[in-house]
Design a protein around this ligand. Structure first.
Ligand code: KG4
Ligand code: ZN
Length: 338
């Protein structure tokens, strides 16, 4: 079954074409992604109006490129999938309008997918050895959640952030160090060049069951402020980046450790943009007694393959997006129905 998926929930326009035999046996035929980083970095964050306009411009171009490169056309597609939420309303609407129109024109089944469900299933898609049930830590620009995944469509939130997401903590710290948006990967690349740091940050989140980055964010802002006059020195910036990465990563590692201990589940998946962080990957892989899984690097950040993957069991189960099915800017993943 050939599935075409479209993802437009935030600032990446993405397409994927996957040929499924079943959920554990499939072939990715093509993946396309168009990032809007250049547009938004002028403003230090995603501007929803501009993001919407970019999707409108890029989506048809990306489809054209996909057809040209694969030699396929809509007549060969068996079903379509689209991110229905959560995300920026205008952005979601572009993907929804486009896929509704095409699916009607070619009489194709269309399924609406929860973006977080996509992130939760990305490690399953990329690791044949991973099986249900597993603990998933979603660490992205907008989400930090620990979820018990027992089956397709069966998600239980065990902990979530009370304030910022892990990706935001990276991006906001990176901004204070002078990196352009989204600075997380740049901060990480600089931090990885240093083996140690003269700077220390507090250990956070040890006493609460939830995630919270506000205390750490304040400590980071104060530390950078205190050393402002030294920020032009390469080593000072590098060691600050090292200390910041260390503190965010250690807070996540301690939560994973706690969760494994409390729930006794040994399969752990880390997913979402921040799961591309090499230091985080290294540190959680050192934890004993658990098996740890990540998506492939290009499936950590937003992509359409994870949307196709989450859609497949729904297509099989005859779920359909109604014509009046609308964009859901807020859509907690535990509320998906299956
Ligand atoms: O999942 P994603 O692409 O978008 C959302 O759904 O939010 O995640 C993007 C986030 C950004 O905050 C970005 O800075 C962060 O993931 N990120 C990283 C790394 N790569 C992406 N943070 C730290 N280290 C990285 N290597
Ligand atoms: Zn995402």
């Amino acid at each position: 079954m050939l599935v075409l998926a479209v993802e437009t929930s935030c600032d990446e326009t993405a397409l994927a074409l996957i040929d499924f035999k079943h959920s554990r046996d499939f072939k990715v035929i093509a993946e396309k992604i168009s990032s809007q980083e250049e547009v938004h970095k002028l403003y230090g964050g995603v501007v929803p109006e501009l993001a919407t306009r970019e999707h409108l411009r890029n989506l048809p171009l990306l489809i054209d490129t996909l057809w040209r490169e694969t030699g396929l056309d809509f007549k060969k597609i068996d079903a379509m999938a689209v991110t229905q939420g959560p995300g920026l309303k205008g952005c979601l609407l572009i993907g929804l309008s486009y896929t509704k129109a095409v699916s009607m024109a070619f009489d194709l089944p269309l399924v609406g997918v929860n973006h977080i469900e996509g992130h939760l299933l990305a490690p399953l898609m990329d690791n044949r050895a991973l099986e249900f049930p597993y603990l998933a830590l979603v660490v992205s620009g907008g989400h930090t959640e620990l979820v018990l995944v027992t089956d397709f469509g069966k998600y239980k939130i065990l902990a979530r952030t009370l304030d910022d997401a892990a990706g935001e903590a990276f991006d906001k710290s990176a901004n204070l160090l002078g990196f352009s948006y989204p600075g997380g990967p740049q901060l990480a690349a600089l931090a990885d060049q240093y083996k140690s740091s003269r700077f220390k940050l507090p250990k956070v989140m040890r006493s609460s069951n939830e995630f919270s980055f506000s205390g750490l964010k304040t400590a980071i802002a104060l530390l950078i402020q205190k050393n402002r006059s030294l920020l032009h020195e390469a080593d000072t910036r590098g060691e600050l980046a090292h200390a910041i990465q260390e503190s965010i990563v250690e807070s996540l590692v301690s939560k994973v450790q706690e969760a494994v201990h409390s729930f006794g589940i040994r399969n752990v998946a880390i997913t979402g943009g921040v799961s591309a962080n090499k230091h985080l990957r290294r540190r959680v892989s050192e934890l004993s007694g658990i098996k740890i899984y990540f998506p492939e690097f290009h499936h950590c950040t937003d992509n359409a393959s994870m949307i196709a993957y989450a859609a497949f069991p729904r297509i099989i189960a005859n779920q359909r997006l109604e014509l009046n099915g609308t964009a859901l800017s807020r859509w907690p993943v535990e509320e998906v129905n299956f």
